[in-house]
Design a protein around this ligand. Structure first.
Ligand SMILES: Cc1cc2nc3c(=O)[nH]c(=O)nc-3n(C[C@H](O)[C@H](O)[C@H](O)COP(=O)(O)OP(=O)(O)OC[C@H]3O[C@@H](n4cnc5c(N)ncnc54)[C@H](O)[C@@H]3O)c2cc1C
Length: 220
């Protein structure tokens, strides 16, 4: 998968801090240093004043994730999406995302590759028989790759990270969220430095289903 930042609110931490300061000033403030902005954001987040984070948003280009992962992502309703259409774009040449677990099992991977090849052939035949793409796509497996543009404000991003960076989240959406986290931590450290699942600074809410492990970052 390939994940990149298309755009974001210019100076997200300054924007958020100025919005926050408005709550406590006679007149809306117009300036704040980056250092003071970061200090204010850290203080307010400790107090749970999270709505200020809605004043900065981030837009990502996400390429080559499966429809499995994209379906999990689009369940997050407070974000905006533009996704490649299977009604307009042919899937004949589309990539396929194979779960890494298959790498250790050549027989299983071979079976999947055969099936994907067969599905693509049938899909092509359906198109040549006059079946529209929007109907031919019904036979395509969920691992078929897709592209999206995803926009979310910082509050919603923290929420997505809380759920999807958990050790128990599925590997692909976890990897996607780690890539986004790395990008936004560089852009706005005061907002995202403690992003992660609830166990990072508290107790795992999963109860008996908890993994019982410390949080594992990808690549560590
Ligand atoms: C480990 C895991 C397993 C899952 N398994 C399943 C499953 O088996 N089946 C399934 O269907 N889904 C499953 N999901 C998806 C899950 O149910 C949510 O749809 C998804 O995580 C989006 O989260 P959300 O609703 O909190 O967030 P968002 O849609 O991102 O919303 C953010 C927050 O805004 C508020 N909000 C948003 N919309 C409303 C609203 N209409 N009313 C009130 N408050 C609102 C809530 O506080 C919400 O937490 C799973 C998710 C995870 C992380």
């Amino acid at each position: 998968m390939d994940v990149s930042l298309v755009t974001c609110t210019p100076e997200p931490e300054i924007t958020i801090a100025l919005a926050a300061r408005t709550c406590y000033s006679k007149k809306p403030p117009r300036e704040i240093t980056l250092e003071k902005a970061r200090q204010l954001i850290r203080e307010l987040l400790c107090r749970g004043h999270e709505s200020i984070l809605e004043h900065a948003s981030f837009t990502f280009r996400i390429e080559g994730i499966s429809r499995v992962a994209s379906h999990q992502l689009v369940r997050h309703r407070l974000a905006s999406y533009a996704q490649q259409s299977q009604r307009y774009v042919s899937l004949q040449e589309a990539d396929f995302v194979y779960p890494p677990v298959l790498e250790g099992n050549p027989q299983a991977k071979g079976l999947c590759q055969e099936l994907v090849q067969h599905c693509k052939e049938v899909y092509g035949k359906l198109l040549s028989l006059g079946i529209p793409k929007e109907d031919a796509r019904y036979i395509i497996p969920q691992g078929m790759a897709t592209n999206l543009v995803f926009t979310a404000n910082a509050r919603e991003l923290l929420h997505v990270f809380r759920l999807r960076l958990c050790n128990r989240a599925q590997w692909e959406i976890r990897e996607l969220c780690f890539k986004m986290l790395t990008i936004v931590q560089e852009k706005a450290p005061a907002i995202f430095e403690s992003a992660g699942p609830p166990c990072v600074d508290g107790v795992c809410p999963e109860g008996e289903k908890s993994c019982g492990q410390p949080w594992k970052k990808i690549g560590e």
